[in-house]
Design a protein around this ligand. Structure first.
Ligand code: CA
Length: 245
């Protein structure tokens, strides 16, 4: 009788974080690739949007740095295509800081922006922040955790909000909206995105619904609801939950 030996467990070395860099400007692309590689990232370069999409499909990067202004297939089109199948973090690299670009990028689901010119130190800080956020969003919330948000204590596990020790009445959807914003603190969402994320893609409601729930949350949490410190409005875009570092 022969027994097949069990495979020995082997310590798996920590995998380097894979970054796909889509940038048509060669000098900038090479400089960025050098800077990222020296930080320990594994960088794959793509010169066009189409090449970037090919790499995305085959190499499963952990994060994508995507230039907005690309010839033929532009960054927005690339972002839209990736988002149709993946939540991989995307940082848009743009030469224009105009609001219109920011809004269209946010609607498409880009996670952050850097505006040219930027330092490699700034870029790397943004990359690490986006990766941390992505990891936090995918990991379960620590059991029993209570968070201080403005004037209130949020009990994520018990799905309740306390103020001065007393439970504040909130509709379940309002709590879900709050929990979503806490998990994604610092990230700006449009009303449409919040409807999709919290109410679900099938929900046929109006964006006003989000405003109504945000109003209720501010009443529950903020010292002065009209001057929120945590649940902030980003004019012309949507909402963000800010937490002190
Ligand atoms: Ca470009």
């Amino acid at each position: 009788m022969s027994l097949t030996p069990l495979p020995q467990s082997v310590a798996v070395p920590e995998q380097p974080i894979k970054i796909l860099l889509v940038e048509d400007e060669r000098a900038l692309r090479e400089a960025l690739a050098d800077a990222l590689t020296s930080e320990g990232f594994l960088v794959t370069e793509a010169e066009t949007g189409a090449a970037g999409l090919n790499v995305f499909r085959t190499a499963t990067p952990d994060l994508i740095l995507l230039d907005l202004m690309l010839p033929e297939m532009g960054g927005i089109e690339v972002c839209r295509s990736i988002r149709s199948s993946s939540r991989v973090p995307i940082i848009m690299v743009t030469a224009k800081a105009s609001e219109a670009d920011r809004i269209s990028g946010l609607d498409l689901g880009a996670d952050d922006y850097v505006t040219k010119p930027f330092s490699s130190r700034e870029l790397i800080a943004r990359i690490r922040a986006v990766l941390r956020r992505a990891e936090a969003a995918s990991s379960p919330i620590v059991a029993g955790s209570r968070l201080r948000i403005a004037e209130a204590e949020v009990d994520l596990e018990g799905q309740r909000v306390l103020r001065d020790g007393a439970v504040v009445h909130l509709k379940p959807k309002a709590f879900q909206l709050l929990a979503f914003l806490i998990e994604n603190a610092g990230r700006v969402y449009t009303r449409e995105q919040l409807l999709d994320k919290v109410w679900g893609y099938d929900y046929a409601g109006e964006t006003r619904t989000v405003d109504v729930h945000m109003h209720a949350l501010r009443q529950a949490i903020e010292a002065i609801p009209a001057e929120p410190v945590a649940l902030q409005t980003v004019r012309g875009i949507g909402y963000v939950l800010r937490r002190p570092a």
